[in-house]
Design a protein around this ligand. Structure first.
Ligand SMILES: NC(=O)c1ccc[n+]([C@@H]2O[C@H](COP(=O)([O-])OP(=O)(O)OC[C@H]3O[C@@H](n4cnc5c(N)ncnc54)[C@H](OP(=O)(O)O)[C@@H]3O)[C@@H](O)[C@H]2O)c1
Length: 271
């Protein structure tokens, strides 16, 4: 595995940035090389800084090996002038900012040449994120290794060859945790419809999705289809439900429409 970058600056230590920072420090990134820029540090960030000893909002400093941009898209405009000093000619800029293309970023951080755009998701906060990234041609193998190392500290990370696919990644895994939560809501409503008290239906639906996710996590090589077949006896109750879910206009068609709508919206938002 590639080593950690020697020096790293993180701009924005909110939900995503803060989760990644914890994952990196827990995974062995040396805090002595870490700078965090965060205009209004939350008490948890200040406490983490005291425990681990990274630099928080220092004045000046040299451009790091890696600058990770984790501010909200609408904050980038205001943040860019201050952050420019952190993007040197040999700095790798890794952005998780939704909708900001590599072309946008290179225009804002002109001295830097190497850019990676990553789409993470919120389970990164519990070390179980699913992220994919695209790199421009200036990103070296070492810089690719750094990116993978950083992102794999909080979940799985994959490369896509074409930046245009980041909109599809956004639609699948970026927005995807919400689909799983919506599934719990829909299962709970269906449980109510067949006679269960609402609160019991919700507890059962929620624990079922949590448990199924955990089973899948613990059997990383078992295809989802096999796990499904394992709980489906021919002619049984699960088969009856799957006949509906996997019938014409069932879940596959619905999910394709949903993911396509998200992909199209991501395209619109990134201009
Ligand atoms: N959350 C998700 O599900 C998700 C998924 C994929 C991608 N993303 C991307 O991740 C990025 C961060 O999202 P988030 O949910 O972590 O947002 P967030 O919790 O609001 O974190 C953004 C942080 O950036 C800070 N910030 C604002 N201006 C700054 C500046 N000039 N310099 C440095 N830091 C600054 C904010 O501070 P203040 O609060 O004081 O303004 C805040 O702590 C976004 O661009 C989003 O598109 C998020």
């Amino acid at each position: 595995m590639t080593k950690w970058p020697r020096t790293l600056a993180l701009a924005g230590a909110g939900k995503m940035g803060g989760a990644m920072l914890r994952g990196w420090l827990d995974g062995g990134l040396d805090p002595a090389g870490v700078t965090v820029v965060e205009p209004h540090p939350a008490p948890e960030l200040t406490a983490l800084q005291r425990q681990r000893g990274f630099a928080l909002n220092p004045d000046g400093g040299a451009a790091p090996d890696v600058l990770v941009l984790a501010v909200k898209p609408q904050a980038l405009e205001a943040a860019a002038p201050t952050l420019q000093a952190l993007a040197g000619p040999s700095t790798l800029v890794v952005s998780i900012i939704a909708g900001k293309t590599i072309a946008d970023l290179s225009a804002r951080f002109p001295p830097a040449k190497a850019f990676v755009r990553v789409m993470p998701n919120t389970p990164a906060a519990v070390g179980r994120g699913a992220a994919a990234g695209a790199a421009n041609a200036a990103v070296s193998d070492l810089q690719r290794g750094w990116t993978a190392r950083l992102m794999r500290a909080v979940g799985i990370f994959e490369w896509v060859a074409d930046e245009g696919l980041i909109d599809a990644v956004t639609a699948l895994s970026g927005s995807g945790p919400a689909y799983a939560f919506a599934l719990v809501e829909a299962m709970a409503k269906a449980g109510e419809a067949v006679g269960l008290p609402a609160d019991l239906a919700m507890r059962l639906a929620r624990a079922t999705v949590e448990g199924a996710g955990e089973l899948m996590y613990r059997e990383p090589t078992a295809p989802a289809a096999t796990l499904r077949q394992n709980v489906t006896s021919p002619g049984g109750t699960t088969a009856a439900a799957l006949g509906v879910l996997q019938g014409a206009d069932g879940l596959d068609a619905l999910m394709e429409r949903a993911v396509t709508a998200a992909r199209d919206r991501a395209r619109q938002l990134s201009g």
